[in-house]
Design a protein around this ligand. Structure first.
Ligand SMILES: [Cu+2]
Length: 277
């Protein structure tokens, strides 16, 4: 079997430790290191530690429902801009934006303006706190994820409580997507299988298109937003109806999973909430 490409990046976000539940302290030592499935684990995390990412808004602030330019500054430890990035899944940087309750999710691609600066225009749907995750590979370096909270002005939306799904079949944009897993145990490899059908006819969809160079993309974030996983499919060139992803949930708890597929030119984003024991 073709070995899957899994980029598993754990995030530590220090300020979050003071505000989150005691469970965020249980594996604190581990959280200081990113875990990658390549063989340079220690080297990778050291390198990642030497990269700094700062976020800003071009207009100085962000307001809900207004075009907002997010700026991402990538620097080395001495403050020198990092200028070169590998293209991974067709982009130099993948930006994931989530609201604090993980209800809102957006996956966008800032453009490299030069001198380590990326920019992208987006709209936040409501006021409140959002977490931004930048996912990139500096040329000569390794997969890196850096996150930060940002505040958006405007009327906040009511917080949606995050509960594990009872029903693992969802209808989104005319598709019926079912998630199956072999197990949901922390620290063990888990296969996530998504099966995609036409919502009307229930016919399996066998002509999924490549989305960013693969049959699908999966982003997984813990309920407390402290951990981020970006998982690529086992078979990148698959076309459906199944798309399989292998990952390891680093700890027990509730996770939100967003799977993204493309069919007939449209991207489908389907969320699931699971409880890992
Ligand atoms: Cu992306």
């Amino acid at each position: 079997m073709k070995r899957m490409v899994v980029i598993l990046t754990s995030i530590i976000f220090l300020t979050a430790c003071s505000t989150n539940s005691p469970s965020s302290h249980t594996d604190h030592s581990q959280q200081h290191h990113s875990t990658h499935t390549d063989h340079n684990q220690n080297q990778s995390s050291e390198q990642e530690d030497h990269i700094k990412v700062a976020y800003s808004f071009k207009e100085g602030k962000a307001e809900a429902n207004k075009d907002t330019v997010i700026q991402i500054h990538v620097q080395d430890e001495k403050g020198k801009p990092i200028e070169r990035f590998d293209t991974t899944h067709e982009k130099k940087l993948h930006l994931i934006v989530v609201s604090k309750d993980l209800h809102y999710f957006n996956h966008i691609h800032p453009e490299l303006k030069g001198k380590g600066l990326f920019e992208v225009t987006t709209r936040f749907p409501a006021g409140g706190e959002y977490k931004l995750f930048s996912d990139f590979v500096p040329t000569g370096g390794t997969a890196t994820t850096k996150s930060e909270w940002v505040k958006v002005e405007g009327k906040p939306s009511a917080s949606v409580s995050i509960q594990p799904d009872q029903n693992w079949t969802k209808s989104v944009n005319g598709k019926e997507i079912t998630l199956e897993t072999d197990r949901l145990q922390a620290g063990k490899e888990t296969m996530l299988t998504f099966m995609i059908k036409d919502d009307q006819t229930k016919k399996p969809i066998t002509n999924l298109e490549q989305y960013l160079g693969a049959v699908g993309h999966v982003v997984i974030i813990t309920k407390d937003t402290n951990k981020y996983l970006h998982v690529h499919p086992m078979e990148e060139k698959a076309t459906g109806p199944d798309a399989k992803f292998m990952t390891t949930f680093p700890q027990r708890g509730i996770y939100k999973i967003w799977a993204q597929f493309q069919h007939e030119g449209k991207v489908i984003t389907v969320p699931f909430v699971v409880n890992v024991s």
